[in-house]
Design a protein around this ligand. Sequence first.
Ligand code: ZN
Length: 148
Amino acid sequence: MSLIEQIYKEILLEHQQRPRNHGRLKVHTHSAHGNNPSCGDALDIDLRIEGDLIVELRFLGQGCTISQASASLMTTILTGKTLSEARAIAADFSAMLQTGQTNDSLGDLNALVGVSKLHTRVKCAMLAWQTLEVALLEVSPTLNQSLA
Ligand code: ZN
C-alpha cells in the first residue's frame, strides 16, 4: 500500500469511528431517507437551508465504512456552502468515482477514490449524495417521505 493509500484509509476509518455531524436535526427545512439494499446501508439526511446556504447538515445511519465515511465527509465539506457549490461538488465526487481521478476541489473526499475500482461499492459511496439530492427536491413538508 502506498503512503497516499495509507492516508486515505486512515481518513475513512477515522470518519467511520468518529462521524461528523452525526444525528438528526430537530429543526430542518429538508430531509430524506435513503437505503442501499445491496449492502444494507441506510441513512437519514437532514438539512437546514437559509436562502441558498446550507447552514446545517446532519446524517444518521448505519452500514459499511464506505457509506458512513462518505456521509460524514459530505457533511463536513458541504456545511456552509451554497446549493450551487454543493451541486458542483456532488458532480465532481460522482465523476471521481467513475474516472478514478482525484480532484483538488474534493479535499478529504478524495480518500474515497479507491471505490472507483470496486464497482459494487460505488452505490455505498453515492448513497449519502443521492439521499441529499432527494432531500433537496422536497418543496413542502407535506411531501416529506422516504424512498423506501
Ligand atoms: Zn455499503
